[in-house]
Design a protein around this ligand. Structure first.
Ligand code: SAH
Length: 243
């Protein structure tokens, strides 16, 4: 008996079914593996306990530190755009609550997710463990705009924070034929694009407008990218501050 719940324990299952029917299937998304993942992953375990009732609403939701867990439909849409197939390796930038990572793991992908706020990465770790997806999800604290070079190449990459463009490192870490899904645009308003590598060229297709929190790149320059002036010391020795 789960004594701490005032509502019927079946409520979350019912709320999740309604979420999939009304918010996702009704908007035309028919990818069965994604719908199954959205039905399976207990979204309420990815928000603070007192907000359980809000977890299944048709909107993004605050998770602390000025960040949000994305709207269920947007998570489903971006996941389906990644054409998820079991066994693929995916890079996620912006772990946040860990919910998007869990959905990708539920689709059978191996997830490598980078988050710049250490407290959120820990929050996600706890959520993923509680929901049972930690085994397929690898977490790292740092500036995701640099990707995760040690684990490259990635078959797929997803940005869950908005940026003026896809950071170069992420393009460079994409496997041949790979896909990137990212909200690209100005502060507070972006377009979700899907990029496909075709023989070394990225094909870009606009999908839908969205509002994501901004991708915040570390201001410390990458080694070798710092502007060097002749006769001056370079800043290389200061450059790698990642935890
Ligand atoms: N995918 C998340 C939602 C992420 S919100 C979920 O399912 O809950 C966007 C996240 O991107 C925030 O947690 C923010 O801290 C993080 N972020 C912003 N800039 C980043 C960067 N340069 N590297 C890694 N994470 C970043």
């Amino acid at each position: 008996m789960k004594w701490h719940r005032s509502r019927d324990p079946g409520d979350e299952d019912r709320l999740r079914k309604e979420m999939v029917e009304h918010q996702i299937r009704r908007r035309g998304l028919r990818d069965e593996s994604v719908l199954r993942a959205m039905l399976e992953v207990p979204r309420h375990l990815f928000v603070e306990a007192r907000w359980v009732a809000e977890a299944y609403g048709d909107h993004a939701f605050p998770i602390g530190h000025g960040q949000t867990i994305s709207q269920p439909y947007i998570v489903a849409l971006m996941t389906s755009l990644l054409e998820p197939t079991a066994g693929l390796k995916v890079l996620e930038i912006g772990t946040g609550s860990g919910y998007q990572a869990a959905i990708l793991a539920a689709c059978g992908l191996d997830v490598y997710s980078v988050e710049r706020i250490p407290e959120l990465s820990e929050f996600a770790r706890g959520n993923l463990a509680a929901a049972g997806y930690l085994e397929r999800v690898h977490l790292r604290v740092g500036d995701g705009s640099k990707g995760w070079p040690e684990e490259a190449p990635f078959d797929r990459a997803i940005l869950t924070a908005g940026a003026p463009d896809v950071p170069r490192a992420i393009v460079e870490q994409l496997a041949p034929g790979g896909l990137i899904v990212a909200p690209v645009g100005g502060y507070g308003l972006q377009t979700i694009y899907r990029y496909r590598d075709v023989n070394g060229e990225l094909d870009r297709k606009p999908i839908e407008g969205a509002r994501f929190v901004p991708l915040i790149e570390s201001s410390v320059p990458e080694p070798g990218l710092a502007l060097e002036e002749p006769g001056q010391q370079t800043s290389d020795d200061l450059a790698d501050n990642e935890p």
